[in-house]
Design a protein around this ligand. Sequence first.
Ligand code: NAD
Length: 314
Amino acid sequence: SDKKIITIVGSGLIGRSWAMVFASGGYTVKIYDNQPGQAAKAITEIRKQLGELEEAHMLRGELNTAQQLALLSSHEDLAQALEGAFFIQECVFEELEAKRSVFQSIEGLVGKDVILSSSTSCLLPSNVFSRVQNRSRCIISHPVNPPYYVKLVELVPHPETEATVMDITYALMTQVGQVPVRLKKEIDGFALNRVQYAIIAESWRLVQDGVISVKDIDLVMSEGLGMRYAFIGPMETMHLNAPEGLEDYLKRYREGMKRVLTGFGPVPDFSGEAAKSITEEMSELIPSNQQHLSARRERRDQLLMGLAKLKQQH
Ligand code: NAD
């Protein structure tokens, strides 16, 4: 039925990932890009990736590679790409004007119940959807790269988004194997980037203040906090770290946490002398050239694949 068609608008890195995720869940996926040839190129790239995933036994969903590929089509015409879709996932450049105008065009071509979803990492729903007339069906579904292994999707409502739109999107994401979380209202940075920036800021201050090296602060995360954060979050961490649970944890550590947090420095400006010296220290560990960066990215993705496998078993 027409309930099964999803259209992807913008077929770069994230558009292609969404297409793979939705096809793995059995949806028909129509891919559109305004750059001629780009949507077709995306399918070629997806075919290659699905082959590699099958070989690594990491292909998601019940369907085999050929069945998943058969669900994908590329389109050079926006109206044709949108026909029959119940859900549109926008993945164009991270530019407010590009997103505003693309949603304006989309709204002119689809029925009023079609859900308009944006992949934006940093823009707020109030801004992105400002030129849409019926904003009750608008939502942000913010993925984390690479979505095939890192399954979190932040769902961020516009102030006018209807609860059912949030519910349908939540159900869709769950059904295709992603892990959605609901933000109850819009906020700059959403949840993930706010937490990430807090970690980056304190790590930066510790290095800048001469407390620890670049290499060692990264080890604090990768060999310390990160080991459990792949499985439990900060709230459960507190709950498990005191004999009687969270309330007990607060009794024991409340004052200490407040004392340490009160001593935190101001927001770094991430420029000037500190930036120069931190950048240099990083480049000594991993030279800033394509060869070294690609190798480290490949290692990261391999390890993420292994971690995704491990998490599947538990
Ligand atoms: P990208 O540059 O790889 O791809 C963007 C694609 O959109 C290109 O193929 C381009 O031709 C196409 N495009 C541009 N304007 C268009 C238009 N008007 N109509 C149709 N297609 C158009 O970018 P990306 O990394 O895939 O990012 C896409 C979105 O996803 C951005 O909003 C970004 O913030 C978000 N996002 C990215 C990441 C990431 O790690 N890359 C993670 C989460 C969210």
